[in-house]
Design a protein around this ligand. Sequence first.
Ligand code: ZN
Length: 168
Amino acid sequence: MSFEDTYTGLDNIWYEFSSDGKGNVELWANADGYEHLARYFLKLARGRKQSGYHSHHAREFGGEHDYEAELTIGIADAPQEHTTSAASKPIHSRAMLSSAERTTTQPGYVNRNRQTVVRATGLPGNDHLQRIYVLKCGDCGAEYGANGSDIFQRKCPSCQGGADGLPC
Ligand SMILES: [Zn+2]
């Protein structure tokens, strides 16, 4: 997709995206700046780009600021499928974890592969925000460590071909 024609006939494009430490975001632009941005966004709307497509821009166009940070504009099917915005991802995973953890990390919980939660260790796991739990296999009796978020689908590393247990 070419974006060159989004500049056609516009000789005074200026826009500036800025943010402060609190996360407030501002966009200021002149008429040509909005014309350019509107054409750009329409291309994203109608251009049939794949989810995950994104581009990097200077935060100010046509002005004098030289920001170190950049403006990233991307396409995603749904909020949790952001591929470029690290800032928004943890919010979604935290929300999903808290509902999942309430049920699957209780000692005594048994998942569909007959793996039982023995106890929490408090040790950090190897996935985002995860803690290690000790699981016990109902088939062979093996005990091993697993991330809290993996418990619901965990398979035994000894007899079910599951991933290696985490140290616990
Ligand atoms: Zn087993």
